[in-house]
Design a protein around this ligand. Structure first.
Ligand code: AHR
Ligand code: AHR
Length: 524
């Protein structure tokens, strides 16, 4: 029988509530005809200023209780001038999408490959921030470092956070929102190390110097804002932090698996092969995220000293499975399947386990583009990765600390696939948190085995001082790990509720093959 043993950690480590964060970008169908519909629709719509947001979509997003949403990009942010997206919609300019529109001429021959439609700018700052307010989500804006200026970025901060005595605070009031939005999180640049990014910097040092010009202007307007700088490889991270320290609250990381090679994106798989090797390779691959986090953590500590993590945390602000270029237009060719849902759960578990270093994570992306939610003219469907977010957020504990989990079970040895090396990891992937008042304890579990159920005994250490009384649980599974929710059959995969009574401090459960299970134990 497998065993999960849950214990206190020697030191209290808080788990950030921002781990279950999201991201939306002006790319493909994420905002255009996703979050914001330009089409005539029979579906009910929200009230102004969200009058082109479908009520059903809002409800789907709202039921995830997103803790934070990042906007407007991604690559798009490094070309976006925010003043294009405020004021009366009829006078907002129509612009080419400079980050993504270029691909149109190359792929325009292939129907549906227009990933950068013209940007009408009807969804802009006020629409985004109102959406966040209605959802109760923190707001995270990525400013234009690529083609923008420090002055333009500072004016954006003033527009969102400035009082009515300021020029842009007044403009915000005129546009219908007298109260400041108090946007706390501001990213300066996106993937600025990459050749594909407008404003591309060759070294962390060059980036750091330019970053400081932005950071200083922005902090002059609001000294309370949290700033996010672009992280990458070690030498980049170290030289960037050396130059910009004191002005960096988060170092960002991005990871898309299984590959990041552009040739494979274009010519590679139409779908990931549905065989055992690829299945296990994918489900062990969150190990690569863990490695990246540990390496970056070392960069922070070795540059800023042993208290470095008190100053700078990692924001894993883009992560997902991405294997086919077309998924950035819309993610229903093909849909993410249950295996991808299991992968999503293993990634979130990784972030929880690295809570000391991870301050935030944002799934890329929320709607249509690599999306967990897909919008069709007549209906909205959710992928298994959405259902994982739903399960996790339903048992998430705000104000919680990390627990140590030791798992005794068999290992899965996965083979090389694409850029994922052979990896050996336990078949059960588990993370745990406890509420500050110790009244609730949540366990997040994935049984990665393709076809074996795993009989498990779950034990709590005495030192935890927690006696479970009741358990609620939710499970996500299906006969096959490759099942999907499609337009025709949108409810093939569903979250199911489990109910038990817990037998004091010992609890037995048989984890079904390829399942995600979450438990919340309620203390006495
Ligand atoms: O999420 C899609 C794109 O992937 C983002 O714009 C970019 O930052 C990343 O390369
Ligand atoms: O090959 C790099 C990819 O191409 C990046 O992830 C994406 O942003 C770019 O367009």
């Amino acid at each position: 029988m497998a065993e999960i043993f849950i214990d206190k950690l020697p030191r209290l480590i808080n788990v950030s509530n921002l781990i279950l964060g999201h991201f939306i970008e002006h790319l493909g169908m994420c905002i255009n005809n996703g979050v914001w519909t330009y089409k005539k629709t029979e579906q009910t719509l929200m009230q102004p200023p969200l009058d082109r947001v479908r009520t059903e979509l809002f409800e789907r997003i709202s039921s995830l209780r997103p803790p934070i949403i990042r906007y407007p990009g991604g690559c798009f942010s490094d070309t976006y001038h925010w003043k294009d997206g405020i004021g009366p919609r009829s006078s907002r300019p129509i612009r080419k999408n400079k980050a993504w529109g270029g691909f149109k001429s190359v792929f325009g021959l292939i129907k549906g490959f227009n990933i950068g439609p013209k940007e009408k700018n009807h969804f802009g700052t006020d629409e985004f921030l109102t959406l966040c307010e209605k959802l109760g989500a923190e707001k995270y804006i990525n400013i234009n470092f690529g083609t923008g200026t420090p002055k333009e970025a500072a004016e954006w901060v003033e527009y969102t956070n400035g009082s009515l005595n300021t020029k842009y605070g007044k403009l915000r009031a005129k546009n219908g929102h007298p109260e400041p939005y108090n946007v706390k999180f501001w990213g300066i640049g996106n993937e600025i190390f990459g050749w594909w990014e407008k404003g591309h910097c060759k070294t962390g040092d060059i980036y750091g110097k330019k970053y400081l010009e932005f950071a200083k202007e922005m902090r002059k307007i609001d000294s309370n804002i949290k700033l996010l700088g672009v992280g990458w490889k070690s030498d980049w991270n170290r030289s960037f932090l050396r130059v910009a320290k004191g002005y960096v609250d988060y170092l960002t990381l991005h990871l898309y698996l299984p590959t990041i090679n552009i040739i494979s994106y274009l010519l590679g798989w139409r779908a990931l092969p549905k065989n055992e090797n690829v299945y296990y390779s994918m489900l062990n691959s969150p190990y690569l995220a863990e490695e990246l986090i540990l390496k970056t953590r070392q960069d922070i500590i070795s540059t800023l000293g042993k208290n470095g993590l008190e100053q700078v945390k990692i924001a894993f602000d883009e992560w997902n499975i991405w294997y086919r270029w077309r998924q950035v237009y819309r993610a229903d060719t093909p849909h993410y399947n249950l295996r991808d849902g299991l992968w999503t759960a293993c990634m979130i578990n990784t972030f929880i386990k690295q809570a000391e270093t991870i301050g935030m994570a944002n799934f890329a992306q929320m709607v249509n583009v690599l999306g967990m939610i897909l919008t069709y003219d007549d209906k909205i469907i959710v992928n298994p990765n959405y259902l994982v977010f739903k399960m996790y957020s339903d048992v998430w504990l705000k104000d919680s600390s990390l627990l140590s989990v030791s798992v005794k079970c068999k290992n899965i040895i996965s083979e090389q696939f694409a850029n994922i090396p052979p990896i050996m990891k336990p078949v059960l992937d588990v993370a745990a948190m406890i509420s500050r008042d110790k009244s609730k304890l949540t366990l997040f579990c994935v049984n990665k085995h393709l076809n074996e159920n795993i009989d498990t005994c779950i034990k709590f250490s005495d030192s935890l001082n927690f006696t479970p009384e009741n358990v609620i649980g939710y499970i996500l599974t299906h006969d096959t790990p490759f099942a999907i929710n499609s337009r025709e059959n949108p409810n093939t995969i569903k979250v199911q509720k489990l109910n038990f009574v817990c037998n004091n401090d010992l609890f037995k459960y048989k984890f079904p093959a390829h399942s995600v299970v979450v438990f919340q134990f309620l203390g006495k």
